[in-house]
Write a protein that binds this ligand. Structure first.
Ligand code: PLP
Length: 816
């Protein structure tokens, strides 16, 4: 142990001076030495985290100091979700300490991987939207964009998924139980956030809100390191606390529970992240959470601006507020309230600043997913904000009437208030009216956005709408998740530079036929498949063959993502194998994972069906190694990091026109999986970048989907026409996979045959043909490897670094 430091080899140049590295490692060793061997990996994890954190805190101080001095324009990225995952491996990589850490662990008799695995995931998001925010923070830090992510410090985050008897059971995810070594509490940053009450003032535009209840928002920072730079970004998460920790009088009377009521009520704001399909009971609390986030974040932003500039007249020149979907849309009336009521700006001046500051990203076209809040609820919870929304609306509608005289239907459609039935405020409308830019997240999505849900607004402000296609960070999704492939790239691309310049991957394309490269890429894939097979065996006791084709669909379970279509293919393949056991089948392992929102019955049925099918198929001796179905519980960032590098085939099979972008699709292709997918979201741009010959595209396109629905779609026709489809559906309907309860999937089958809202049956045959083409391609190993290499080579553009550069230039208009 004593000889540790001199034996550290450093392959890459490090941006840390040597004595500091030694200091960090010495600290890890000193503190970890004191613990017993059983607890050693966890102790190492915490100590290493604290050591990295100390260094990152210095860098945070430096970055913020530099931004203060230069008066930098800052991005404030407001999001209800940040799906960060684990932080230690990323921090070690950013500090260029991976090798040194691995060696130090080894000398202590530990495997670095075992240490890293002890860290719980920070799962403060549902899926793609939250993970996008996390990738963006990584890229903003790496590119040196002055940025604050603002979110809530959820105590339990997204639920942990367990599977009992094939069914999803939700459990609280106590991710902070070990204490979080990464948190940097900021006791000096505290703001009051009100709820309820009433508004006082004369008839003027500036009025005063007297809330009935006030909670304190307390900042807790999480530092996001940049790679290849000393710059960092910060994720500032708000923790709610009661004004008075306990009610002393009640306590003295012996009413202990009552004494803590206010404390509990405040803290409940931080308990959980509501899934997007939330229950009504949770809705009021969700609205409070949204307001709590925006109010605290904007107060923090204004306080910083005033400290640096002494005036709010130039706010728009120095601050961007970006809304990640409409969840933080209350930022609009809250910023207006702060500027007008609290800081004394005139309405016009405040509105001009607000419009210069705010921009908004839309993430879904599905009308039912567009957020609205009942006027009645806002009136009770945020009376002043409702007044402000009305004022914004009346000015906006006056403009519309002036430009489109007599078109009252248009006025009704674009109004911030939906007057049909119970009055509701449309959060997307509020966001659009206040934003200087509104973007979609893939070319198709942005086109459809202005053609469908936002067509009226695009008519009023065509220049306001734009596209910025999503991306993913290559640090986490390639360098960290797939060290085997990363090593191949380091060798072939002349070093580690691709990590921050992903366009260099294009250099691989001309080498796709190179036998040595093919062998190296294949060996890396084989190692990753072996790693996943080991995990599957440990988690599920199931043996899978790493030489079979790994066919993977991992993402939230949702009808539009069509995990059920995947299952229909599994059943069809199962039946075909039984019918022709002698045929030369390409062995397949179908891997699925994903959580269903707790109130989403149809999605939960799909999880159960997957388990029922898996039980039958996996135990059928006639099938053997030719087909296996695996559902891995508790999908999250860390599981994704193990699964995605092991995939041969990536399933991106949403109904065309429903997946805004997808980012899972990008992670897979970047790791050398081939995609079977619909002409949807970012799949389209990926296929164009990679080459359509190396993509398995199937199914109806978005326009055809629209046409079919307009003509009147009858799923029964497909059922009656296709013998294969009939056999598959009948098997499920008769209970072949649920013999103890034959009617278990009655509702699911009825929905398919009567409505089939996502056109599974219409796309079924095309999907089966594409799957057959996949089998054929996989038989030709060299051909497959060449395709995999061309997929990797084509993914350079899908780095979130490119995405952030586009936001910085076109939306945030940061100096370059
Ligand atoms: C990337 C990612 C997603 C998004 O996946 P899609 O396939 O684009 O829906 C969801 N969850 C996790 C954990 C991810 O890493």
């Amino acid at each position: 142990m004593k000889t540790l430091i001199p034996r550290i080899s450093r392959k890459r140049t490090t941006s840390l001076p040597t004595p500091e590295i030694e200091g960090l490692l010495a600290r890890v060793q000193r503190e970890a030495r004191a613990t017993s061997t059983d607890a050693a990996p966890a102790a190492w994890m915490r100590t290493a985290a604290r050591a990295c954190h100390a260094e990152l805190a210095d860098r945070l101080h430096e970055s913020q100091q530099a931004d203060r001095i230069s008066g930098a324009k800052r991005v404030h990225y407001l999001s209800m979700e940040f799906l960060m995952g684990r932080a230690l491996a990323n921090a070690l990589s950013a500090l260029e300490l991976e090798d040194a850490f691995a060696q130090a662990a080894e000398q202590a008799g530990l495997r670095a991987a075992d240490v890293l695995e002890r860290e719980p995931d920070a799962a403060l998001g549902n899926g793609g939207l939250g993970r996008l925010a996390a990738c963006f923070l990584d890229s903003m830090a790496t590119l040196g964009v002055p940025a604050f992510g603002y979110g809530l410090r959820y105590r339990y985050g997204m639920f942990a998924q367990r599977i009992q008897d094939g069914r999803q059971v939700e459990a609280p995810d106590d991710w902070l139980r070990l204490g979080d070594a990464w948190e940097l509490p900021r006791p000096e940053l505290r703001f009051a956030v009100g709820f309820g009450g009433h508004v006082v003032g004369d008839g003027g535009l500036a009025r005063r809100w007297v809330p009935a209840q006030t909670v304190q928002a307390q900042a807790v920072d999480f530092i996001v390191p940049g790679h290849g730079t000393r710059r960092v970004a910060v994720l500032r998460q708000w923790q709610a606390a009661a004004q008075q920790p306990i009610d002393y009088l009640a306590f003295s009377r012996g009413e202990h529970v009552a004494a803590a009521r206010e404390k509990l009520e405040a803290e409940s704001l931080n308990w959980v992240l509501y899934p997007d399909d939330s229950t009504p009971a949770g809705r009021e609390l969700r609205l409070k959470q949204e307001f709590f986030l925006v109010s605290a974040s904007l107060q923090d932003m204004l306080a910083r601006h005033l400290e640096e500039h002494r005036t709010l007249d130039n706010l728009g020149a120095h601050a961007c507020v970006h809304l990640n979907d409409t969840h933080p849309a209350l930022a609009v009336p809250e910023l207006m309230r702060l500027l007008v009521d609290e800081h004394g700006l005139g309405w016009e001046q405040a509105w001009a600043q607000t419009q210069q500051v705010v921009s908004y990203t839309n993430h879904t076209l599905m009308p039912e997913a567009l957020e609205t809040w009942p006027v009645r609820m806002l009136e009770q919870l945020l009376p002043r904000h409702l007044e402000i929304v009305y004022e914004i609306n009346s000015r906006f509608l006056a403009q519309v009437r002036a430009r489109f005289p007599g078109d009252e239907a248009l006025v009704r459609r674009v109004s911030l208030v939906d007057e049909q039935g119970e009055q509701r405020v449309r959060m997307a409308a509020l966001s659009i009216v206040a934003s200087h830019h509104v973007n979609g997240v893939s070319a198709l999505h942005s086109d459809l956005m202005v053609q469908t849900i936002f067509a009226d607004y695009a008519r009023i402000w065509p220049e306001r709408f734009c596209n910025v296609t999503n991306g993913v960070t290559p640090r986490r999704w390639l360098a960290q998740a797939n060290p085997s492939l990363a090593a191949v790239l380091d060798e072939r691309l002349g070093g580690p530079g691709w990590r921050t310049d992903l366009g260099r991957l294009a250099q691989l394309a001309p080498l796709a036929g190179d036998a040595d490269l093919q062998a190296a890429v294949r060996a890396a894939k084989r190692a990753n498949k072996q790693r996943l097979a080991t995990l599957v065996r440990r988690e599920l006791g199931l043996v899978i063959d790493p030489d079979s084709l790994f066919d993977v669909q991992v993402k939230r379970i949702h009808e539009y993502k069509r995990q059920l279509l995947n299952l229909l293919h599994v059943v069809a393949r199962y039946q075909a194998i039984l019918a022709q056991p002698q045929a030369d089948w390409v062995p397949r392992t179908v891997v699925m994972a994903g959580k269903a929102a707790s109130a989403y019955v149809a999605a939960k049925d799909i999880i159960r069906l997957a388990h029922d099918i898996a039980r039958v198929v996996n135990s059928d001796p006639r099938v053997g190694e030719r087909l296996k179905l695996v559902f891995l519980p508790n999908y999250g960032v860390s599981l994704a990091e193990t699964i995605i590098p092991a995939a041969d085939l990536s399933e991106q099979i949403s109904t065309a026109g429903t997946e805004a972008s997808g980012t899972g699709n990008m992670k897979f292709a970047l790791n050398g999986a081939l995609t079977i997918g619909t002409w949807d979201g970012a799949n389209i741009e990926m296929a164009q970048a990679v080459g359509r010959e190396d993509f398995f595209i199937f199914g109806l396109q978005a326009e055809q989907v629209t046409q079919l629905r307009e003509l009147g779609y009858d799923p029964r026709l497909h059922y009656e026409e296709s013998r294969v489809l009939r056999r598959v559906i009948d098997a499920i309907a008769q209970g072949d996979f649920s013999p103890g309860e034959p009617g278990r999937y009655r509702a699911l089958v009825d929905a398919l045959l009567q409505r089939d809202s996502y056109l599974l049956l219409a796309d079924f045959h095309s999907y089966l043909e594409a799957q057959a083409a996949v089998d054929e391609a996989f038989r030709d190993r060299a051909g497959w490897d060449a395709k995999a290499i061309r997929n990797i080579a084509g993914m350079g553009w899908f780095s979130s670094d490119r995405t952030i550069c586009e936001y910085a230039r076109t939306i945030w208009q940061l100096p370059t």
